[in-house]
Design a protein around this ligand. Structure first.
Ligand code: BGC
Length: 404
């Protein structure tokens, strides 16, 4: 029998995007340079792929169409939005801050406000200004002050329009994909380099948080990608405990003192044993277009595990690559059910932002994966088409509850 599940009063409902993945034209970044590098183009051609499908280009043209996007979010009963601002636009050259970019982001954030959306603003979501990347990016400890200078300049202007700051998106993914697997710029493969980056990102978060608190009392957090790490059998428990600590606790334990809330990005679970990560054991679970197992219960495990930090929690990303919109509605409802269960068990969850508002540029996977509540039709002037699942989610947002 169905029951009515009601979320806490004042719960925030919305969706998330990032600048590089949606704005288009972020030419002055390490990502753009990599997408257009001969090495990357050759690699894609050799793999039988069209390099243009893997170049962000105009993306969703949200640099110009943000108001249209926010209007749709409002129609879908969202009351918040997560965006990021592109550092390379705000500080195109070291120490030079662009008035044009700051005015632009003021307009973007004002538009969100005009559409009744509270704003979560990420200061670093994977892409870097070229000048900063060329200096060694976050791998050089001395560079942290450059990040903090940008944070200070951006926040001094934008803070009246920002409800939540997110300093860094997914230090876990950024470090592993950029410095261990080499799949994201700067395409390094080094264990020590990864450790160094992780430590510097924690420093960057701390210093940015101090600076942000000097400017205003807007809450500050980080968005962590927290994977539900499970032991694939009884004997693998110690490995799972170790991997869980490294993958989901090491950064949080160190950053928490400088965080007013925890941002949770949840997508998957992973099984481990003594031989390392294992393929999913059961065929019972559905998989996304990217081959990721859909495992909603994992979010409950993650959230209950975060209770010990005694901080408010926002789900800052959770979503599925599903071009045909076959799974998205159920995916959302199932995850919300387990989030609600975690709330009943004492997790202080205060909002849910689905990834993503619109289909966008999925980093090294290009444009094929479709994460949007709203489809972007790339054959028809990037026309926005609301998917059926977005209307189902809109009902939940509107009622702050669902039948389950
Ligand atoms: C990132 C997003 C990305 C999403 C789906 C997260 O790792 O923050 O930028 O698009 O997952 O892969």
């Amino acid at each position: 029998m169905k029951q009515k599940i009601t979320f806490p009063e004042g719960f925030l409902w919305g969706a998330a995007v990032s600048a590089y993945q949606t704005e288009g034209g972020n030419t002055n970044t390490d990502w753009w340079a990599w997408e257009h590098s001969q090495k990357r183009i050759e690699y894609l051609k050799n793999a039988g792929k069209n390099p243009e499908d893997y170049q962000s280009g105009i993306a969703c043209d949200s640099y110009h169409r943000y108001d249209e996007d926010f209007a749709l979010a409002q129609q879908l009963h969202h009351n918040c939005i997560r965006i990021s601002i592109e550092w390379a636009r705000i500080e195109p050259e070291e120490g030079v801050f662009s008035e044009e970019a700051l005015v632009h982001y003021e307009k973007v954030l004002q538009s969100a406000k005009d559409h009744g959306l509270q704003t979560f603003v990420t200061l670093h979501h994977f892409s870097l200004p070229l000048w900063f990347a060329n200096k060694g990016g976050f791998s050089k400890r001395a560079n942290m002050e450059k990040f903090v200078a940008y944070v200070g300049a951006a926040a001094s202007r934008l803070h009246p329009l920002v409800d939540f700051w997110i300093t860094i998106n997914e230090p876990e993914i950024y470090s592993v994909r950029g410095y261990l697997i080499g799949e994201y710029p700067p395409n390094k493969k080094s264990m020590w380099g990864t450790l160094r980056i992780v430590r510097n990102l924690i420093r960057a978060h701390k210093q940015a948080s101090i600076t942000l608190h000097e400017i205003s009392d807007t809450p500050v957090g980080m968005a962590d990608q927290l994977t539900d790490i499970q032991a694939s059998n009884f004997w693998a428990q110690p490995v799972a405990t170790l991997v869980r600590y490294v993958a989901t606790r090491y950064i949080l334990d160190r950053a928490i003192r400088y965080s007013d809330f925890i941002g949770v990005n949840y997508y998957l679970r992973q099984s481990v044993n003594w031989r390392g990560f294992q393929k999913k054991e059961s065929e019972d679970y559905e998989i996304s277009d990217l081959g990721w197992e859909l495992y909603p219960r994992g979010i409950q495990h993650i959230l209950v595990g975060l209770k010990k930090y005694h901080k408010p929690i926002y789900i800052t990303e959770n979503g599925v690559a599903d071009a045909k919109d076959l799974y998205r509605e159920k995916y959302i409802r199932d995850h919300l059910y387990y989030i609600h269960t975690a709330i009943k068990q004492g997790a202080d969850v205060r909002g849910y932002l689905h990834w993503s508002l619109i289909d966008n540029f999925e980093w090294s996977d290009g444009f094929a994966p479709r994460f949007g509540l709203i489809e972007i039709n790339r054959q028809d002037s990037l026309r926005r088409i609301v998917r059926p699942s977005a209307y189902a989610y809109a009902d939940i947002c509107k009622n702050n509850s669902m039948e389950y």
